[in-house]
Design a protein around this ligand. Structure first.
Ligand code: SAH
Length: 392
């Protein structure tokens, strides 16, 4: 078994909970590393830190899957999958009829593996080379554990290029034709597991959708970047007076309209195919007012270099949104950019409110739902940052 020996001091981050070893942090390697294989990890003095999955083609040379010494074999994978699903089912009370993320990569000590289930269809993402090489085993174990009608792979993500892999999208077992229906807190949604974004639905926004349901009654709601209407339809179903959803994607809006119809709220929902940046301005010019605005844009900052531009983009939409709210109005504003830290996001909100001449209170800070566990010591694993602001 090969051993990675870290440079002096580089063990600190690992000891603090972070599971990644960057190529530049390794002092020396004993034995031959194999891509997709396992290596022992030690500090400069030879003290054991854990065992990791290796990919020499990636800047992240190795990802720890244990602080102990166990092999990464069928037994370990089966046990981790079982633990992860039991935690969702028994502790969080989640179940696939409403959509659930069974496995969240490092959050479940299965680096590179994402497993979601919508009704009787399982969707996997294999994001790293070691997981890509274990595709057949993953499919076999998921079939045993969940007996799904179909297993779909949605590894069509750009980040695979950092691992030396191509994007992949395929049906791995069973058959799927057309969307799958889930029901979350009384709202039904069609999920397109083959063509939708991510694995088809934004499971990570579950807690915020529930809060929207709580606050939407009788209110005028704007859902900007609405995608298939996750927030918009939840709000309408919870009794919103009127809902306007905005998105640039024709397919997403067609699905949003279907979702509204499926829940019998189509007459209170309007959807517009627009650029949100432009439409927020024109809504302001038209004197349109709202009581609840949701801003859930795509990641504006894809890397460190684009943070400054992203800051301006976030500020622009937040400023415009705040100006559309009456006193007592609520803004749910989100960032799923890893590089937009919570501190930076809060500073952006402060500037947006100042320039909008609005006084606001932070009602809540929220994040991804608990089936996307955040690793203590790994800030990247908390990618979703949300603020609920109340205009006073
Ligand atoms: N809020 C959604 C997820 C949003 S994903 C949910 O909870 O389900 C981001 C969405 O923003 C995508 O649907 C994308 O089509 C849309 N989008 C990206 N840039 C846009 C722009 N400038 N104007 C309008 N929509 C945009």
């Amino acid at each position: 078994m090969p051993t990675l020996i870290l440079q002096r001091g580089k063990e600190q981050r690992i000891l603090s909970g972070h599971p990644w070893i960057y190529a530049g942090e390794v002092k020396k390697t004993r034995g031959e590393l194999t891509d997709g294989g396992v290596a022992r990890v030690q500090d400069h003095a030879g003290r054991h830190l854990g065992m990791a999955l290796v990919n020499t083609r990636s800047k992240i040379l190795a990802r720890l899957y244990t602080r102990g010494r166990e092999a990464f074999d069928r037994g370990l994978l089966a046990q981790r999958l079982e633990e992860a699903s039991r935690f969702r089912r028994e502790f969080l009370g989640l179940d696939p009829t409403s959509g659930v993320r069974w496995v969240f990569s490092e959050g479940d000590r299965l680096p590179g593996l994402i497993v979601d289930q919508y009704a009787d269809v399982v969707v996997v993402q294999l994001l790293t080379l070691p997981m890509d090489l274990r595709r057949d085993l993953v499919v076999e174990l998921l079939s045993e554990l969940f007996s799904p009608r179909a297993i779909v792979e949605r590894s069509d993500v750009g980040s695979r290029t950092h691992e030396g892999l191509e994007p992949v999208k395929q049906v791995l077992s069973g058959e799927v034709s057309g969307p799958v229906t889930i029901e979350e807190s009384g709202t039904r949604y069609l999920v397109d597991v083959l063509a939708g974004q991510k694995t088809g639905f934004f499971l990570d926004q579950r807690d915020n959708r529930n809060l929207v349901r709580h606050h939407a009654g009788g209110r005028r709601v704007l859902d900007a970047f609405c995608y298939t209407g996750g927030f918009a339809v939840a709000a309408a179903k919870a009794g919103a007076q009127e809902v306007l959803g905005l998105d640039s994607s024709e397919e997403a809006l067609a699905a949003a309209k279907e979702n509204a119809a499926l829940n019998g709220v189509a007459e209170r929902c309007e959807f517009e195919q627009v650029n949100v940046f432009d439409r927020l301005r024109s809504l302001g010019r038209e004197g349109k007012r709202f009581d609840l605005v949701v801003l859930d844009p795509p990641a504006f900052a894809k890397n460190k270099a684009s943070v400054a531009g992203a800051f301006r983009g976030y500020k622009e939409i937040n400023l415009r949104a705040l100006k559309l709210l009456d006193r007592g109005g609520l803004l749910l504003t989100c960032s799923c950019s890893q590089h937009m830290t919570e501190t930076l996001f809060e500073r952006m909100l402060l500037e947006a409110a100042r320039d909008a001449r609005v006084e606001a209170r932070i009602l809540r800070r929220t994040t991804q739902a608990a089936d996307h566990p955040v690793v203590l010591g790994m800030p990247e694993s908390q990618y979703l940052k949300c603020f609920w602001l109340r205009v006073v």
